[in-house]
Design a protein around this ligand. Structure first.
Ligand SMILES: Nc1ncnc2c1ncn2[C@@H]1O[C@H](COP(=O)(O)OP(=O)(O)OP(=O)(O)O)[C@@H](O)[C@H]1O
Length: 227
């Protein structure tokens, strides 16, 4: 469903500090499966996730999403595809402090132009699924760690994207919360979502829900990794 063909990402191209974060990556992400990008710090996992999720463009190579080449689409088309296709869960969750949980969850849907009342009702029912409806008006910085984690998942789901992308989602969670996070991902997988996570956490890598591990080292697929 997402195919990268010979993708590279060069930062600071042509300058003294030029750096090749990804080199010659060819990979196919299967639908309705859980794929984990595994590799040491600095190996290129976040860069690869950003390219898979349409948040960054490759320097060279091609991206095909649902049989459509999206490599060179103008930003306005790409951002529309990004919003409809992907839900993002960031390391440390990146919730916006100072505003309520409900507003945080609604933010990714604002550009879709839906009527405010409808969007609010949808956000509330998503919060209900995650046991957070009673906390909707609470500023996010007042939530517990577990609530923040569920809030981040709810926000990623607000546009009902087919693909969830999570960058080191358990890096700042204890074992119990990490297990709960994986339980949520298992349920989403059962609902047919495609899940792509970057992680070097053994709890994630060895989890039963993982269908495929893509190992990365120094910006390349590690030896033996099939596309
Ligand atoms: N905007 C940028 N400009 C220059 N170099 C960058 C930029 N973003 C990433 N890099 C470099 O590219 C390499 C890969 O970074 P990336 O964040 O993808 O690795 P990672 O595997 O996700 O690491 P971590 O597990 O520490 O998050 C690193 O050496 C990083 O310093």
């Amino acid at each position: 469903m997402i195919s990268l063909h010979d993708v590279s990402k060069i930062f600071n191209s042509g300058k003294a500090n030029e750096y090749a974060a990804l080199r010659g990556i060819t990979v196919d992400i299967a639908p309705c499966r859980v794929t984990v990008l595994k590799g040491p710090s600095g190996s290129g996992k976040t860069t690869l996730l950003s390219i898979l999720g349409g948040m960054a463009r490759p320097t060279t190579g091609r991206i095909v999403l649902f049989d459509r080449e999206i490599t060179s689409l103008p930003e306005r088309f790409l951002s529309d595809i990004r919003r409809r296709t992907f839900g993002f869960i960031f390391q440390q969750f990146n919730l916006i402090r100072g505003i309520s949980l409900l507003e945080n969850v609604m933010i990714p849907a604002y550009p879709m132009g839906e009527r405010h009342g409808l969007l609010k009702a949808r956000a509330m029912s998503t919060l209900e699924v995650y046991g957070l409806a009673g906390r909707a008006a609470t500023r996010v910085e007042l939530l517990s760690g577990g609530e923040m984690q569920r809030a981040a998942i709810a926000r990623a789901l607000i546009n009902d994207p087919p693909v969830i992308i999570a960058d080191e989602p358990t890096a700042h969670l204890d074992t119990k919360l990490s297990g709960e996070f994986l339980d949520h991902m298992t349920r989403l997988k059962d609902e047919g979502k495609t899940i792509i996570m970057a992680s070097h956490d053994p709890l994630v890598i060895d989890a039963g829900l993982v269908d495929r591990i893509v190992a990365i080292r120094d910006g390349r697929l590690a030896d033996g990794a099939a596309p």
